[in-house]
Design a protein around this ligand. Sequence first.
Ligand code: HMG
Ligand code: MG
Length: 302
Amino acid sequence: MTPAHVTVVEVGPRDGLQNEHASITTLDKIEFVNRLTDAGLPVVEVSAFVSPKWVPQMADAAEVFAGIRRREDTRYTALVPNLAGLDRAMRAGVAEIAVFAASTETFSRKNINQSIDDSLAAYQDVCDRALAAGLRVRGYLSTAFGCPFEGAVAPARVAEVAARLADLGVFEVAVSDTIGIAHPGQVPRVLDAVLARLPVAKIALHFHDTRGTALANVMAALPFGVSTFDASAGGLGGCPYAPGAAGNLATDDLIYLLDGLGIETGVSLKKLSEASAFIGRRLGHRLPSRYAQAVASDFSGS
Ligand code: HMG
Ligand code: MG
């Protein structure tokens, strides 16, 4: 069941940069995205058309989309929280968007100021309009492995909201470990519950690496046939509305692992490392990725 090919969804320009205090110029964001796509990443989440009052780091989403060099073979995506965001995304020529719901009520309210039910009702309008216009829509499901406010989350509950999200018409549900609390003992339990409701082809996994378990979680998920994983270059990231959330699983570490397993991704680790180093210099701090640290110390053996 372990897939021969994995699709890596690069979320660094969005999930990574939304949580950085350093302000990155629009030109540097554009350069970052271009370097990532030149490295062969097939999907890049470029930005978020959310309220700039809530996440000021993503206020220049339209400008970033206007500046990037779009490759034919790359999917460029963005978060959209509501119809206003969809309008902005469509004006920017975005062909794929992602809506984002949560498994737990408190996180839903803190992140998007709505209950789960209200958010799904509002997302139905977003999906209907986006799908009618020919856009692809992905759905995130946050706090699927634990919530910073409510603690443990029952896998049956995760599966229930995942199925409701899928019913909106999304092509894929990104089951997300918002605060990086998942471990390889838990991943099979959550996958068993979700896969009882949805086919594996509709499932992606989105791990944060707060406790250093993200790569081990990928290893636990591969035998289930999961073949789409989110990651951020250099391990940037976090969620501004999830206290204690650290960066995403580092794309560099993930590609090193998948290369080692002989699982094809189409990504050049060398070019990806250069993209990570570029954004690391702009941020002015050491990147969490262990692979990036090894490269920076020249201990990579290459
Ligand atoms: P609200 O304050 O309840 O709604 O926010 P509102 O309609 O009153 O809007 C507030 C202001 O924002 C208004 O402006 C709106 O016009 C404006 P004002 O009238 O005060 O001048 N506004 C917008 N402006 C531009 N684009 C828009 C937009 N919408 C409203 N789309 C809302 C509700 C959902 C808008 C807000 O809560 C929001 O934007 N939340 C997004 C939070 C966010 O981006 N969180 C991080 C991403 S999620 C994540 O990281 C998790 C993930 O990685 C998976 C995982 O790890 O779990 C995906
Ligand atoms: Mg995230």
